[in-house]
Design a protein around this ligand. Structure first.
Ligand SMILES: *Cc1c(COP(=O)(O)O)cnc(C)c1O
Length: 408
């Protein structure tokens, strides 16, 4: 009995190490705990007394020790986020398996041609700042999407920012591709930043059109796919986008983990490695441990299930709320003609992403003022409720939220 169990665990461990893929079926909590201990026990802080004068891997509190499953070395070395740390062989192996499982999850979500993924301990906005500065992209065209993280990153990292407002088209807010083309052909910019996960009525930017223009004009194309891993359409488009150089997604919004970091990924392996080598210093492994645990407890079947369930939730929400959908936006929809009170109530009752947008606010970015911030473009569509089908959402949450809504 005992050896049977040992053989079973050894087999899974061997498979994880050699395939670096998600297991087909979910692992149990006991199994996952076993692997966490197996890997962390290969780190020097757990098998030897820290050496004389050693500054790393000392943990005072047993609570902190257990919160991190004994992993204390983080990832990377001072000059490279992807370099192995000799004192932390277990952490490094855990990191490699997690990267493999994340790539696997991206492929299952539709982006089959993805080659390399960097897992960084800062969120989407700061990751943009990091990528822009690492690749020395100083003159940026930003396709306006009214969420503050990326414009703040541009304010930090860029010298010149040209903003392309969305325009109203078919009851949605759509990128002004004509204006974009003129700007790109002016050859005054290093890169274009597009957004593929956004609240309706904004349409996700068409990365195929933008990628072609980027290639023609010899510019980098950085894609803000904050929570778009759950959109099969976007993930599949990434395969056919001639030049989507770097894609950035949030860990928490796509993988049901606490806020902790972001994924920076691409079909271009060398480019991601170049960015990883420019990371200054070591980094926390906290978010990576959370992904390691979550992807093992989902397995391929669990991951496919949550992606499928989300699609069903979208259809369900659309039907219940009689919401308007927006071309290519598979995650959120909107209900026109609602008021602020309903928006607040819906938010309280937990309909993910429900909000009421009012105009009148402004945002300053690199010396210019964006009017009607929140509407994705000056004079944009306003006065609606956004309803989003986020990954992990339960059917009873939809029912409860809709009940609140109906009572208004
Ligand atoms: C969440 C989100 C971001 C990133 O926010 P962070 O807190 O930096 O992860 C950026 N853009 C959009 C559209 C988002 O939804």
């Amino acid at each position: 009995m005992f050896t049977e169990r040992q053989n079973h665990l050894a087999k899974i461990q061997k498979q994880l190490i050699s395939s670096r893929q998600m297991p087909l079926n979910p692992l149990t909590n006991t199994e996952i705990n076993y692997f966490l201990n197996e890997f962390s026990s290969c780190d020097a802080n757990n098998f030897s007394k820290s050496g004389l004068g050693e500054r790393e891997g000392r943990i005072f509190s047993p609570i902190v020790q257990s919160r991190h499953f004994g992993f204390a070395h983080g990832i990377g070395r001072s000059g490279d986020l992807l370099e192995a740390q000799p004192k932390a062989a277990g952490s490094f192996q855990m990191l490699q398996i997690t990267e493999g499982m994340v790539l696997h999850s991206l492929k299952l979500a539709g982006f089959q041609t993805v080659k390399k993924c960097l897992m960084v301990p800062v969120c989407t906005g700061m990751s943009f700042f990091f990528v822009l500065t690492a690749l020395k992209l100083k003159r940026v065209i930003w396709l306006r999407c009214d969420q503050k993280s990326v414009p703040k990153a541009l304010e930090l990292g860029a010298d010149v920012v040209e903003v392309v407002d969305c325009i109203i088209q078919d009851d949605s807010m759509v990128c002004d591709y004509k204006k974009l083309q003129v700007l790109m052909e002016s050859k005054q910019f290093d890169c274009v930043v597009s957004t593929t996960s956004c609240f309706a009525p904004r349409q996700p930017d068409d990365i195929k059109i933008i990628g072609k223009l980027a290639k023609l004009n010899n510019m980098k194309h950085i894609v803000n796919n904050a929570y778009g891993i759950q959109s099969e359409l976007i993930m599949k488009e990434l395969n056919n986008c001639e030049d989507a150089h770097v894609v950035i997604s949030s860990m928490d919004k796509n993988y049901m983990v606490p806020v902790s970091g972001a994924l920076i990924y691409s079909r271009n392996k060398a480019l991601i490695e170049q960015i990883g080598q420019l990371y200054a210093g070591r980094a926390s492994a906290s978010g990576i441990i959370d992904l390691f645990i979550t992807l093992l407890s989902l397995g391929q079947t669990g991951w496919n299930q949550v992606l499928e369930q989300r699609k069903r939730n979208f259809d369900n929400l659309k039907q219940k709320f009689k919401a308007k959908t927006v071309n290519r936006n598979e995650i959120s929809m909107y209900v026109p003609g609602t008021n602020e009170e309903i928006g607040k109530l819906m938010f309280k009752s937990g309909i993910s992403g429900s909000r009421f947008n009012k105009n009148g606010s402004e945002l300053k970015i690199c010396g210019r003022i964006l009017k009607d911030f929140g509407l994705h473009g000056e004079g944009g569509i306003s006065g609606y409720l956004v309803v989003a089908a986020a990954i992990g959402m339960k059917e009873n949450e939809i029912d409860a939220g809709f009940l609140e809504y109906e009572q208004q």
